[in-house]
Structures are given as C-alpha cells and as structure tokens.
Write a protein that binds this ligand. Structure first.
Ligand SMILES: *Cc1c(COP(=O)(O)O)cnc(C)c1O
Length: 433
C-alpha cells in the first residue's frame, strides 16, 4: 500500500518509508491511499470476537500487503496484552477504559504497536534510528516505555519544564538505557516546533536518521482504530443495538481521526463528539469554519493542551476539505477546569465511578451532545491515579496508586535541561548519536 502526503507536494511512499520518516518532506501527514471497507460477515460475528482477533482483521486491512500475516499478528498480540473493558456508568452511557496498559494511558496502544512495527523495519536496515517525541505528558511515557530496550532505536523525549505532572514525568525521565529525556524551558508547542525543525534540517538528517513517534506517525495513529471496533463489539455482545455516538477527549486529534477511519471502514458509529478543554481550536473550526491555531493554555486536562492539533490536516483530507461533511459526523464542546472538576466530583458521588480530567471532559461532552435515542460511549484515556492531586481534591478521598504506576516514582530522575533553542537541541542530538 502506498501512502500520500496531505500537502500533495511529496512523492507517495511505502509503509516502511512512511513509518521511518514520520512526517512527509512537504510537512504533510501521510495517509493510506485506500481505506478498506470491512466485509459484512466481520460485523456479523464481531460480538463473539476477541479484542485481538478484531484488531488483527483491522490491522490486516491497512498493513496486510506490507507485513507477513504471522508477523503482523505477533505485532498485534504484543501490543494488546492488556484489557480494554467497556463499563456502564449510567443509563445509556458507557465508558471504554483505555488505560490498562503499562503507562496507564491510551497512548500505550499506538506506541507499543509502532515500536514493534518500527523494529520490524529497522531490522532490515543497519543504522540506528532516533525517535523524536514532543510530549505534553502521556505521549512521552507511552513512547518511552513502548520503545525501552528495543534494539536499533534511540528515543529523545522533549517535554515542557514544570508543565507535566510528577507521575507522568517519572515515567519517561527515569528510564535510562536508550531513552533520553530533554526538559525544555518552554511550552509543549515549543517542544513540537523543535521536533518539526529537526526534521526539516538537512545537515542533521544527513548525519543521523530521525523519525517521529508523535501521533502523526501512521504506525501510531492507525492502530488506535482497533478499539473503536472493540467498543462496538462489546455493545453488541451486551445486546445494545441503538444508534451509537462516541465522545473523544481531544488534543492533537489522533484518537478522533482513528475513530473516523474506523467509521470509514464501515464501523456502525453514527457520529463522534470531540471534547475540548479551554484549548478549543477544533470546536471553533466546527462552529465557524475558521481554523485559527494559536498558543496553548494550561489546563487540568493537560494532555489536551494543544493549540495547533497536528492531525487536523488528516481530518480535512479524509473529508475532502468539506466543512459540511465534517460537521455531519463530528460535533464538539469545550469545558473549563471548574466544569471538569465538578464532573469528577458529581459522577463519583452519583455512580461511584472515578474519572480522570480527560475522561471527565469526554463524559461532559457526551452528556451535552447525546440524543435520547442514542447509546453513548466516552473514552477514558488516562487512569485517575495519574492525576492524583487534582482528582483527590475533587472527590475528597485518597486515591490508590496502582503498583505498576508507583514503581516509576521509585527511580532517579535522569533528564537533561534544554533551553528553547534549536541549535542547542541539534548539538544534543548529534552528541548523543
Ligand atoms: C494524548 C491524550 C489525549 C488527546 O489525544 P489526541 O489523540 O492527541 O487527541 C487525551 N487524553 C489523554 C490522557 C492523552 O494522553
């Protein structure tokens, strides 16, 4: 399968090149040239199928021409070695818990899949590949842990100093081995800009091999479509047959875009809701047709603090730039920190269910946007214990930290301070390669 750039000014490339390059040379994002419609019998049997089997079918539709079936199956099995349960929170409202992976956040799915796919391709090459990742929190931990100890790969994690929670930080700046954590004196958008500049720097790219693991990479964002099928399967398994709407806590829009791909493959989800915090560039686009990227502001749901969502161009491309077509499938709402905190408190009081701030925004958007004849699913993208202080302040009880998460806090910080300066960043990259 070939991959084209959303900017249409670069050549089409193979899967291997799209995965290793990350971003296209014209700064566009790679898109698969075809999106296969899955057959009727797949949907007829889906209620009895496992997460792994469903995911293998979806993975084959995208990657089957380029990776032998047994290897692709192994990549899927290696990725999805944890549960993704669907739970009923209240009447007509379900939560899909995406946070049972090693770093307790949904990005584990994409990061683990990408690590395995990249390692499959790197084995065919001789040179070490340097993975660059800018993070506002959870990407860094998911990528660092997904790639930890993988041969032939070095990971540089850039994160905004003082803007990431202690638990998030400990998950990528204590690892050592092939993981280098760079603590940038700036915002998440500055980190993202440094990474983008690195990919555009000819001298640097001639000296070392760079790739990205942000949600722009096709190997990271496409696998996120798997669990939309799994959510549907679990609803069918429970005999829920009403129309379906899915609410997605959105930042860079990778998760939402993967859901829209699933819909394009024939998954019967009627529509999507994108939940925004105060960083509501996407909501504004849906309402006005104007896209005005801007600096991000800090909120309690910090993994959604994105002012220029990188996957926006993929959504435009998927819908042939039709604002009307996009708003037919997607609506959006935005919430302040106070509204998110109140939701965490109220849902806990009324149903005993503990939300994290990201999931809480998706819950609120679902409550606001769901029609009476629809079954709603919202995605819970992080374990509430990852945001222990904020969540405890809302519910007034101590939150237990799962063992796997507490273990990260025991280790020593090993990050390197970096001013927001591209030349210094370049020196670090060359010096450590
Ligand atoms: C990354 C992240 C998001 C936003 O996902 P996008 O794919 O960037 O839109 C939401 N919640 C959590 C916990 C995250 O880590």
């Amino acid at each position: 399968m070939q991959y084209y750039s959303t900017n249409k000014k670069a050549c089409d490339v193979s899967l291997q090149e799209a995965v290793v390059k990350g971003l296209a040379p014209d700064r566009g994002l790679y898109m698969p040239e075809r999106i296969a419609q899955l057959p009727t019998h797949f949907f007829e049997q889906i209620g009895d199928s496992s997460l792994q089997d469903i995911s293998k079918t979806v993975a084959e539709a995208f990657f089957g021409e380029d990776i032998p079936k047994d290897e692709l199956d192994a990549i899927v099995n290696g990725t999805l070695s944890f549960e993704i349960p669907l739970k009923k929170v209240e009447e007509d409202i379900y939560v899909l818990e995406l946070f049972h992976g090693p770093t307790f956040a949904f990005k584990d799915v994409g990061a683990r899949f990408m690590a395995r796919m990249l390692s499959h391709f790197v084995m065919e090459r001789q040179q070490t590949v340097n993975v660059l990742v800018a993070t506002s929190g959870d990407t860094g931990s998911a990528v660092a842990n997904g790639f930890l100890g993988v041969e032939g790969i070095r990971v540089f994690v850039l994160y905004p100093s003082g803007k990431v929670s202690d638990i998030q930080e400990a998950q990528f700046n204590t690892l050592g081995q092939n993981i280098v954590a760079l603590e940038v004196d700036g915002t998440f958008d500055d980190c993202q800009a440094l990474v983008k500049s690195a990919f555009m720097d000819d001298e640097l790219n001639n000296r070392i091999k760079l790739t990205s693991a942000n949600s722009i990479n096709v190997a990271r964002f496409l696998p996120q479509s798997f669990y939309y099928f799994w959510a549907y399967a679990q609803l069918i398994g429970r005999g829920e047959f009403a129309k379906r709407v899915v609410s997605v806590p959105s930042g860079n829009l990778g998760n939402l875009t993967a859901g829209l791909f699933a819909k394009r493959m024939g998954l019967p989800i009627d529509r999507f809701i994108a939940a925004n915090n105060r960083n509501d560039v996407f909501r504004e686009y849906l309402q006005t047709g104007q896209y005005r990227p801007r600096a991000s502001v800090q909120t309690i749901a910090n993994a959604m603090d994105v002012g220029a969502p990188s996957n926006f161009d993929r959504i435009l491309d998927l819908y042939s730039h039709s604002h009307k077509a996009i708003t037919h499938d997607v609506s959006s709402y935005r919430y302040s920190d106070e509204e998110i905190k109140a939701a965490i408190k109220n849902v806990y009081r009324e149903s005993g269910y503990l939300l994290d701030p990201h999931g809480a925004s998706a819950y609120l958007a679902l409550k606001e946007g769901k029609k009476p004849d629809e079954t709603g699913i919202f995605l819970a993208t992080a374990h509430p214990a990852k945001f222990k202080e904020s969540v405890e302040a809302c519910v007034g009880i101590p939150i237990e930290i799962p063992d796997g998460l507490a273990a990260f806090m025991q280790h020593k910080k090993q990050s390197i301070a970096l001013p927001n300066d591209f030349n210094l960043f370049k020196k670090e990259l060359i010096g450590r390669s």
